[in-house]
Every structure is written in C-alpha cells, then in structure tokens.
Design a protein around this ligand. Structure first.
Ligand code: HEC
Ligand code: HEC
Length: 270
C-alpha cells in the first residue's frame, strides 16, 4: 500500500515537472526571435517614453504653456524630422533632453525640471537612466516608427501607404518588426517580416501572395498541425483577396519583399 502511494507521488511529481518545464521546452524547440526595434519599444515603455509621447508614440497629451497649449510631439509618422536633423541629434535629445545645437536655459532634470521653460512638461534627460545598449535599441525602435523611409520603387511606395492604412503594421509591428502578442500562437506573438520566422513561413513570392490573399499559405493548409495551430490562435491573418484589387495585392507583395530585404534599416533617420 505504502509502495503504491509512493509510486503515485513520484508519478505526480514527474507530471508536474513536465508541466512546469513545458514552456521552457517549447521556447527551446521553437525559439522566439525578436527584432531590435521590438526590444527598443519595450525599453521605451519601461523608461516612460510612451506616457508622454502616447502609446504608439503618435503624440501625447496637451502640454500647457505660456501661449496656451500644444501636444507633446509625436515620435512616429515623420514628426521627428521637425525636431532633429540626424541620429546624433536624436541621441542628444534622449540623453540630455534637447537638440545638439540648442542648450536650454532651464534644467531638464531635478525636481524642478523644466521650471522657467514656459511649458508644464519638458523632455527629460535620460543620461543616468539608460545604458549604451538600451540607447541603441531605442534608436532602432525610432527608426522603425519614424515614417521616414521613402522607397525608390513606386509600387513598393504604394504598398507602404496601403499597409499603413489597413493596419498591417498594427499586427506585424512597425515596418514588420513583429512582436505583437498573440495568445495561443506557436511563439506567442505575430511574426514580423524579417529573419528566421519569416523564412520559415514564406519561402517564395507565390507563398507571400497566398498569405495576403487567403490569410494562410497552401503549404500550411495541407499541414494538419500548422492548420490546427493557426486556427487556434487569437489574432488571425485576414484574407484580403475579397477586399483588394489585384494591383493593391501586387503592391503589398512588393512591399513585404522589400521589408524582408532589410534595406530600409540602413536608411538614415531623421
Ligand atoms: C515627461 C514627459 C516625457 C517623457 C517621459 C519623454 N519625453 Fe520626449 N519629449 C517630451 C516633450 C514635452 C518634448 C518636446 C520638447 C520639450 O518641450 O522639451 C519631447 C521631445 C522629444 C524628442 C524630440 C522631438 C521629436 O518629436 O522628435 C524626442 C526624439 C524624444 N522626446 C524622445 C523621447 C524618448 C525616446 C523618451 C524615452 C526615453 C522620451 N522622449 C520621454 C516629453 C517627454
Ligand atoms: C489582425 C492582425 C493582422 C493584420 C491586420 C495583418 N496580419 Fe498578416 N498575419 C497575422 C497573423 C496572426 C499571421 C500568422 C502567422 C502565424 O502563423 O502565426 C500573419 C501572417 C502574415 C504573413 C506570413 C509571414 C509572416 O512572417 O508573418 C504575411 C506575409 C502577412 N501576414 C502579411 C500581412 C499584410 C501585408 C498585411 C496588411 C495588408 C497583414 N498581414 C495584416 C496577423 C495580421
């Protein structure tokens, strides 16, 4: 009797262990891949950037000032170009709270930060709060959300406008840098258009078009395991065939191909 009880306990413990180890095993078999821009966004969240600049860095709240008020500026959608002239300038903004060529006559840090600036809220100096590595990742995030990439190819450019309009980047991350959470998906997030995840999901332009038109590729429809996983996940890839013209689909195929080539990452910002 005691023996049976002991065996039962051992079995229970073993089952519990396997259960606890399952997430680790899954991560080991299907390792998650994150883009530096997605890591940068997590850092922006942790450092409080999004509190002032808005959840999507599309602009924050009304900032009271002497003349009335103006919004805390957006970091996304091309607005950075109005405030900074180079990547060095962006680093200066983050580290010291102002552009390279304008020393403010107020203190951007301390308990009275911004007092005498004429504005209720000023850009803080993050010098003592951010490491070199974190600053690099923040820049990668700013690059992805900047809206300052202008593809030479007209078809790709049309695809980029369309992708912004219909929300491709809301699910796939800015410029397809991935990382948006997706419950019950294999890796826990919506994959981006880069690296190993993309290479596994899209092996040709034909498959790319299938994904965009039908929300899944023919290869995955034929694979029962892939079909089951994709069917279970909360966020699903929309099937755009019914909602778009052939020309629009063409532009998206061209765009995703261009994004996957990572060419945009070497375009200087702002
Ligand atoms: C307390 C609110 C606040 C926080 C937190 C904050 N900012 Fe700012 N930021 C501002 C304001 C306000 C400005 C406009 C300049 C000013 O009034 O000082 C600004 C300006 C900027 C600019 C230049 C303007 C532009 O649109 O390009 C950049 C870049 C910037 N912030 C990035 C960041 C980053 C990155 C973080 C996080 C590390 C951050 N900010 C955190 C309030 C904030
Ligand atoms: C509601 C969220 C959502 C939207 C909007 C969305 N997708 Fe997807 N997309 C997904 C999901 C989820 C997958 C499935 C990936 C998987 O197997 O986990 C996917 C898969 C893909 C794939 C396969 C390869 C890969 O790395 O993701 C491509 C290509 C793709 N989508 C392109 C687009 C384009 C282009 C648009 C805009 C026209 C778009 N998606 C809009 C959620 C979305």
């Amino acid at each position: 009797m005691r023996r049976i009880f002991l065996i039962l306990v051992v079995v229970l413990l073993a089952v519990e262990h396997v259960w606890l180890l399952a997430p680790t095993a899954k991560r080991w078999i299907f390792p998650p891949h994150s883009h530096p821009a997605a890591e940068g966004r997590l850092i922006a969240d942790r450092l409080g950037c999004l509190a002032c600049h808005g959840a999507d860095a599309n602009g924050g709240f009304e900032n009271l000032n002497e003349g009335g008020s103006e919004e805390v500026p957006a970091l996304a959608g091309g607005e950075m170009m109005m405030w900074a002239t180079s990547e060095e300038d962006l680093r200066e903004w983050i580290l010291r709270g102002h552009a390279l060529d304008e020393k403010p006559d107020y203190d951007p840090s301390g308990y009275s930060a911004g007092y005498d600036s004429g504005r209720a809220v000023v850009m803080p100096a993050f010098e003592t709060h951010v490491t070199d590595r974190e600053l690099d990742l923040l820049i990668e995030w700013l690059r992805a959300i900047s809206g300052l990439q202008f593809p030479d190819d007209a078809v790709v450019a049309a695809g980029l406008d369309l992708a912004h309009e219909v929300g491709c980047f809301s699910c796939h991350g800015p410029m397809g840098t991935g990382g948006v959470s997706n419950p019950a998906s294999l890796k826990g997030y919506v994959p981006g258009f880069f690296g190993e995840d993309y290479a596994e999901l899209v092996t040709s332009d034909v498959e790319l078009r299938e994904w965009i038109e039908n929300g899944i590729s023919d290869r995955f429809t034929k694979n029962p395991v892939a079909r089951a996983i994709i069917g279970r996940q909360a966020l699903k890839m929309p099937a755009y065939a019914q909602h778009m013209t052939e020309e629009q689909i063409d532009s998206l195929v061209a765009l995703v191909g261009w994004l996957a080539s990572s060419e945009w990452e070497s375009v200087p910002i702002p």
